[in-house]
Design a protein around this ligand. Structure first.
Ligand code: NDP
Ligand code: OXD
Length: 310
């Protein structure tokens, strides 16, 4: 019974093996680059695996994504589609995302980018912004992370809206569902937070047409995935004053190339995919518990639905 680990940085593979070994007694845990007998491999624990990475293993029972998103697994055209994919999620990840979203929504709400710019030119410029109760914030995606972020925003007093595929009930949040209610949702979002998974339906969703449906001067926060955003459309909307500011945590190419326009744009805040990085000891415990539960019950609560793409 072998578990293989695959992460882009080979040094980190050894680190994950060291973390997981004491938690999964009786298992052999190896690098995907040195897997031993391929027929013995029953689980693969991965982040951004190489294309075709799973082909050598005929007896895989499950693929464990070292994160909430599974787009990095589904990107493999050679993926054995029948193998279940387990997400690594939990209160730790959710708490970090609550903090990130609260931080950046409050920053836009209180006009901090402009205040920081005034400090840069030693200008004492007081400004009065409405209280949170008069500010409407919308969250796209109401799953583990978006649902928790929306609840946190509502608890800060924001008029909070949420949009998802199917209707969700969240206390203190006005919810919208599906394409039919998308315009009504967008038309009210002064600050828009994207916490969607990356699927065929959501790729490129943050585009000029969407920006045009937001109230004038809205701000956008993308902590979902880079390809949700059409970068040129965002730059045009910012440069024309249609949008006030964008905070971006995820990018089509990561790390964001050093000559990318986002780094120096006065109305863009870049964070390096840190909105909610699970800390590794907690992540290892969740991975180990999920593998043990899957062995025992044949399924776990955090199993993705690959046919939906999340
Ligand atoms: P979940 O799978 O729990 O929730 C996804 C939500 O998105 C659901 O509410 C779902 O609707 C909704 N959704 C999916 N497709 C559509 C669509 N076409 N139209 C409208 N709503 C849609 O995901 P999580 O909350 O756990 O994670 C969301 C994403 O956050 C991850 O996939 C990942 O990309 C990103 N992420 C980013 C991190 C970072 O550090 N920046 C860290 C972790 C995750 P329904 O409820 O109807 O199913
Ligand atoms: C995730 C991420 O999907 O860190 O968990 O982006």
């Amino acid at each position: 019974m072998t578990i293989v680990v695959s992460v882009p940085n080979r040094e980190k593979i050894d680190w994950w093996i060291e973390q997981l070994t004491p938690l999964l007694l009786g298992w052999t845990i190896r690098s995907i680059h040195d897997p031993g007998a391929p027929e013995a491999v029953t689980y693969a624990v991965v982040w951004k695996p190489a294309i075709g990475a799973f082909l050598p293993f005929p007896n895989l029972k499950a693929i464990v994504s070292l994160g909430a998103g599974i787009d990095h697994v589904l990107a493999d055209a050679e993926l054995p589609r029948q193998v279940p994919i387990i997400r690594t999620v939990g209160e730790d990840l959710t708490q970090r995302m609550r903090e990130y979203v609260a931080l950046h929504v409050l920053r836009h709400h209180r006009d901090m980018p402009a205040i920081s710019a005034s400090q840069g030119s030693s200008e004492w410029k007081q400004r009065v912004v409405p209280p949170a109760t008069k500010r409407t914030v919308g969250v796209m995606g109401l799953g583990n992370l978006g649902g928790a972020a929306a609840t946190t925003l509502a608890s800060l007093g924001f008029e909070t809206l949420g949009w998802s595929c199917s209707r969700r009930e969240i206390e203190g949040v006005t919810t919208y569902a599906g394409e039919a209610e998308f315009d009504a949702f967008l038309g009210r979002c002064e600050i828009l937070v994207c916490l969607l998974p990356l699927t065929a339906a959501t790729t490129g969703i943050l585009d000029a047409a969407l920006f045009d449906r937001l109230p004038d001067g809205a701000s956008v926060i993308n902590a979902g995935r880079g390809p949700h955003l059409i970068e040129a459309d965002l730059l045009a909307a910012l440069d024309h004053g249609r949008l006030a500011h964008a905070t971006l945590d995820v990018f089509a190419i990561e790390p964001l190339p050093s000559d990318h326009a986002f780094w120096t744009h006065p109305n863009v805040t870049v964070t390096p995919h840190i909105a909610s990085l699970i800390d590794a000891p907690t992540g290892s415990r969740i991975v180990a518990a999920n593998i043990e539960r899957f062995e025992r019950d044949g399924r776990v609560a955090d199993q993705a639905d690959a046919s939906r793409g999340y």
